[in-house]
Design a protein around this ligand. Structure first.
Ligand SMILES: [Zn+2]
Length: 106
């Protein structure tokens, strides 16, 4: 009887410490990933790792990735764009993207 209880207690303790350990490992992993992502994404596309190219769209500086065609907006960039033309900028963006010309001269 006592042995079974001890075993159970031990198992619970192990479980507790295992969980704690896992939490610490997860936290370390997250921190490391964040740091890595932060360093890596400096001038790099977070999606494909290609070197991003600065560009200007409607007077807003953006980062565009030639690798996957992704465009990276900061929170301010998005706000500025949205304020500039809150209904159609997105349409125009895609329009410009397809036509490759129209918005370049604006
Ligand atoms: Zn990319």
């Amino acid at each position: 009887m006592t042995n079974a209880w001890d075993e159970r207690k031990k198992a619970l303790e192990n479980e507790y410490f295992h969980k704690k350990e896992q939490e610490i490992i997860d936290k370390m992993k997250n921190d490391a990933e964040e740091t890595l992502a932060h360093n890596y994404s400096k001038g790099r596309c977070p999606k494909c790792g290609e070197k991003i190219e600065p560009m200007t769209f409607r007077d807003v500086p953006l980062d565009r990735c030639p690798g996957c065609g992704g465009v990276w907006l900061g929170p301010n960039d998005l706000r500025i764009l949205a304020e500039k033309d809150h209904r159609t900028w997105f349409d125009r963006w895609f329009h410009a993207d397809n036509q490759e010309t129209s918005d370049q001269e604006v």
